[in-house]
Design a protein around this ligand. Structure first.
Ligand code: ADP
Ligand code: MG
Length: 261
């Protein structure tokens, strides 16, 4: 129920919680394509450790493709991506996935496993931790997202907002240096959106480096250190929330804001 969401949210924001040690991210002249279709055309992006970058832009502008490149779910065509100065192109995919977490619009939880097991699985399978250790970490991360009391529920017994918080706990459990969020509230019922956004704001304030593709302009304005506007595979403008929302320079951004605000 709505009331439960609110009280759990309070619990989540009360966790003074561990602080995170986010890494930096540098994208240099990144180009990506699907076959013949050029989707990213020389994207540059610089993300400071512990900062929140919100990426906005029309549908089809290449936002999801950029995130997939950062995680090498799709291989870049040219250019480079550095995490804390180290090229991800030289990194083993398993190592990269530990350093860069990703949360999707559809939570991608295993339906036959409990919340606790869902968080534990990547710790045992990818990190190779023993069960007891994985369980200890998974419980702590579920507590961080306000779901300690729901750890033995399966996804089907949780609200969409709670499921998304399990997915965030799962990403956090890997101790990534950067977490990528791709429209993580777009599939949620409106009354559940705020809880997830507040949790994300909380992670940002605790030092996690986050790259957030979002339609939630209020969140971008309130939480982002940097807002990046993409269109047709390029970064058209990047700057502080004030610069982007109050003083847009390009016609394309002005038009986009007129449509969404
Ligand atoms: P956004 O997330 O900004 O909506 P995407 O990165 O999903 O944009 O898509 C950018 C472009 O790439 C679109 O033209 C889309 O149709 C195309 N595209 C996305 N995914 C694929 C794919 N798997 N295969 C072929 N084309 C794709
Ligand atoms: Mg997308």
């Amino acid at each position: 129920s709505g009331l439960e969401e609110v009280s759990e949210l309070d619990a989540a924001s009360r966790t003074s919680g561990a602080s995170f040690k986010g890494g930096s991210l540098d994208v240099r002249q990144l180009s990506m394509a699907y076959g013949e279709l050029d989707v990213l055309k020389g994207v540059d992006l610089s993300v400071k450790p512990g900062s929140v970058t919100c990426i906005i832009g029309p549908s089809g502008s290449g936002k999801s493709t950029l995130l997939r490149g950062l995680n090498r779910l799709v291989e870049p065509k040219s250019g480079d991506i550095l995490i804390d100065g180290e090229s991800i192109l030289a990194m083993k995919p398993e190592r990269l996935r530990r350093r860069v977490g990703m949360v999707f619009q559809h939570f991608n939880l295993f339906p036959d496993h409990t919340a606790l097991e869902n968080v534990m699985l990547s710790l045992t399978k990818i990190k190779g931790l023993p069960n007891a250790e994985a369980e200890r970490i998974a419980k702590a991360r579920l507590a961080d997202v306000g779901l300690a009391s729901r750890q033995h529920h399966r996804p089907g017994g949780l609200s969409g907002g709670q499921q998304q918080r399990v997915a965030i706990a799962r990403a956090l459990a890997m101790e990534p240096e950067v977490i990528l969020f791709d429209e993580v509230t777009s599939a949620l019922d409106p009354e559940l959106v705020k809880g997830v956004l507040n949790l994300m704001a909380d992670l940002g304030s605790r030092g996690m480096t986050m790259v957030v593709v979002t339609h939630e302009m209020g969140f971008a304005r309130r939480v982002a250190d940097q807002v990046v506007f993409m269109d047709e595979g390029r970064v058209v403008e990047a700057g502080t929330p004030e610069a982007i929302f109050d003083n847009p320079q390009s016609q394309r951004l002005q038009r986009f804001l007129a449509e969404v605000l």
